[in-house]
Design a protein around this ligand. Structure first.
Ligand code: NAP
Length: 275
């Protein structure tokens, strides 16, 4: 007979967001708990905006061992944190909440480190003094700007809403010509918008032919297979990095903080791809 599970000793972690039903984090973290033999489970909690603070406090009061935070709550949870890591403070958003054991909660942002680890793994690049063009200036872009400037890159930013671009780097007009010009001189182009989600067309605003030979094309949009932009960029001779790597590594950095155990990256990757 199968042993009933979860038991009274099973610990829980999870993700809050609204909506959250699309999240791949449960598949990734539950695969990780199984791989390292932890009697933990990971759940997705759909939490509306006006309930964030109560939910976070209630979950931790109930013994929650760690939380991820996704759209649209990454900024709102800052007020639930008793301390913030330098990354969360600088980015102005937290995607990982860690109970410190004394009732206090630490907020971290692992999107930045996740972005860099995926780059180092898939297409290592010396960023010091390198020109990087980032398209997009939303929440994920803020974490990426922090990561890239921390490595000494010169950041050019093109965003549909121009005022947001200027807050993150040297603004580039959101026109085909200006984006192509900036891409031609860039060692890496990052798509940090949601352009390319759920379509088989290469989004018209993302550069392809203008990419410099050997440049890195990094698409943070995640899909099981490469996005159309990444496929086109690869055909053009670019090295490519997909969004699944960033998702994996931001999750791995959270897992390590909650459990104190080295994250089982292979199992987490399999969990992600199976979801
Ligand atoms: P967000 O804060 O809502 O920002 C969205 C960005 O996309 C903004 O720059 C927005 O421009 C731009 N945008 C949206 N629709 C556009 C359009 N039709 N044309 C031009 N620009 C458009 O979202 P986010 O949290 O930064 O997430 C952005 C994407 O990154 C999503 O696809 C998300 O799934 C993905 N993501 C991936 C990871 C990962 O681990 N791989 C982590 C976080 C996010 P405006 O400023 O003009 O609105």
């Amino acid at each position: 007979m199968d042993v009933p599970w979860p038991t009274a000793r099973t610990r829980f972690a999870g993700v809050i967001g609204w909506p959250v039903g699309h999240s791949l984090s449960p598949a990734m973290h539950n695969a990780a708990f199984r791989a390292v033999g932890l009697d933990w489970t990971y759940l997705a909690f759909p939490i509306e905006e006006d309930r964030v603070e109560g939910a976070v406090r209630g979950l931790f009061h109930a013994g929650c061992a760690g939380l991820n935070v996704t759209i649209p709550h990454k900024h709102a949870v800052l007020s639930c944190c008793d301390e913030l890591t330098p990354a969360a403070r600088a980015i102005g958003a937290a995607n990982t909440l860690v109970p410190l054991g004394d009732g206090r909660v630490r907020g971290d942002n692992t999107d930045a480190v996740g972005f860099l680890r995926a780059l180092d793994e898939a297409a290592p690049l010396d960023l010091a003094g390198a020109d990087v063009l980032m398209i997009g200036a939303g929440g994920a872009a803020r974490a990426i700007a922090y990561a890239l400037t921390g490595r000494g890159a010169r950041l050019l930013v093109a965003n549909r809403t121009a005022s947001r671009a200027a807050a993150l780097g040297e603004p580039v007009p959101f026109t085909r010509e200006a984006i192509d010009d900036a891409a031609a001189g860039a060692a890496m182009v990052v798509n940090a918008t949601s352009l390319g989600m759920g379509t088989d067309e290469v989004p018209a605003d993302l550069p392809v032919r203008a990419l410099a030979p050997g440049a890195v094309a990094y698409d943070i949009v995640y899909r099981r297979e490469p996005t159309p932009w990444l496929r086109a960029a690869e055909a053009q001779g670019a090295r490519t990095v997909d969004g699944l790597g960033m998702l994996l590594h931001q999750g791995a950095a959270a897992f390590g903080q909650w459990t104190g155990v080295d994250p089982p990256l292979d199992a987490m990757r399999v969990g992600l791809l199976a979801s």
